[in-house]
Design a protein around this ligand. Structure first.
Ligand SMILES: [Zn+2]
Length: 319
């Protein structure tokens, strides 16, 4: 007997039996993992701890092994719980297995909690594959859909992820700018009443809200609707997530954390820090030909940036 409504299973590449076999695989993988590799945890307790403790977990987008090493070194040094995340375009650059492999191998060397999160999951199919391959936290981004369609796809992902104890983040309203291939208009901030209804009907574990931040770097100074954030927090009790934090002032980030943000995403500025370090190396030593030399300058540059952002989030010393 299918435990989900038939309509939830129809119209997808997976029928109910497909979903069951994925879950069965996943459960056996978890059992296996607990015996052999405890390196990854889910984001659930991490974010609830942050909510109770009044700080936010930093979630950092990683593109390659060097960036994974940099973020984990920062987390270890500051004793911070940490989320590493990849967008669909990063996954297309490698594969889900690529990033699960790198992150598990590197996380096994550190003693702080590490979660691997799918950032801006763009389809039910990708979200399910990420659960199956070992991601320990999933975002399904239906924010470009209508309210009802966003609820529908989010519910379907929750129905697959939650039985595997994988928490799901969704997004309501549109964060401006360009994240991956998803582009949004700037002034479509999250409506508090809709947020409450959305959380109630989907069963998500965390919610990304739009309050005036944008992906990428800011051209001018962003105007954040912090009152709106406080209004959302009054009616939504799950951890809230802030996207588009690259380039925000430290005051803005910490004020948002005080108002209920429990996870802050940083992507663009990590890529810039890495690339700037490589550019400086090539300018100084144009004869460089060994790619390992890029990592040797890129890793400390990203690590330093990440440590600064962790301190702003207040997650240092919380692991
Ligand atoms: Zn985002």
């Amino acid at each position: 007997m299918c435990r989900w409504k038939v309509s939830s299973c129809m119209g997808n590449v997976y029928d109910c039996r497909g979903i069951y076999s994925i879950i069965d695989n996943r459960i056996s993988k978890f059992t296996e993992k607990e015996e052999t590799n405890m390196s990854l945890v889910t984001s659930r307790e991490m974010l609830l701890d942050a909510q109770r403790g009044g700080y936010a977990v930093g979630a950092f987008n990683v593109e390659n092994m060097e960036m994974v090493k940099a973020v984990l070194a920062a987390a270890e040094e500051l004793r911070a719980p940490v989320m590493l995340q990849t967008t669909p375009s990063t996954i297309k650059y490698g594969t889900l297995e690529t990033y699960v492999g790198i992150v598990r191998a590197e996380a096994a060397k550190v003693s702080v909690p590490v979660a691997l999160h799918l950032d801006h999951g763009s389809s039910f199919d990708l979200a399910v594959r990420a659960v199956k391959e070992g991601y320990t936290s999933i975002m399904i981004d239906g924010s470009c859909l209508s309210f009802e369609d966003n609820i529908d796809v989010t519910r379907r992902v929750v129905a697959v992820a939650e039985p595997n104890n994988i928490p799901v983040e969704a997004e309501l309203g549109k964060v401006g700018g360009k994240e991956d291939d998803l582009e949004a208009e700037a002034d479509t901030n999250t409506d508090p009443a809709q947020a409450a209804e959305f959380v109630e009907r989907t069963g998500v574990a965390s919610l990304a809200v739009a309050i005036g931040t944008a992906h990428g770097f800011y051209v001018g100074t962003p105007v954040l609707d912090k009152e709106r954030l406080s209004e959302i927090r009054k009616v939504v009790d799950i951890p809230l997530v802030l996207h588009g934090a690259s380039g925000l002032s430290e005051e803005d980030v910490s004020d948002c954390v005080k108002r209920g943000i429990c996870k802050v995403n940083f992507a663009t500025e990590l890529r810039a820090a890495y690339t700037d370090a490589v550019k400086a190396l090539l300018k100084e030593k144009p004869e460089t030909f060994d790619p390992k030399a890029f990592g040797k300058v890129g890793i400390p540059a990203v690590k330093e940036l990440v440590m600064g952002r962790m301190k702003v989030c207040g997650c240092d010393g919380k692991a």
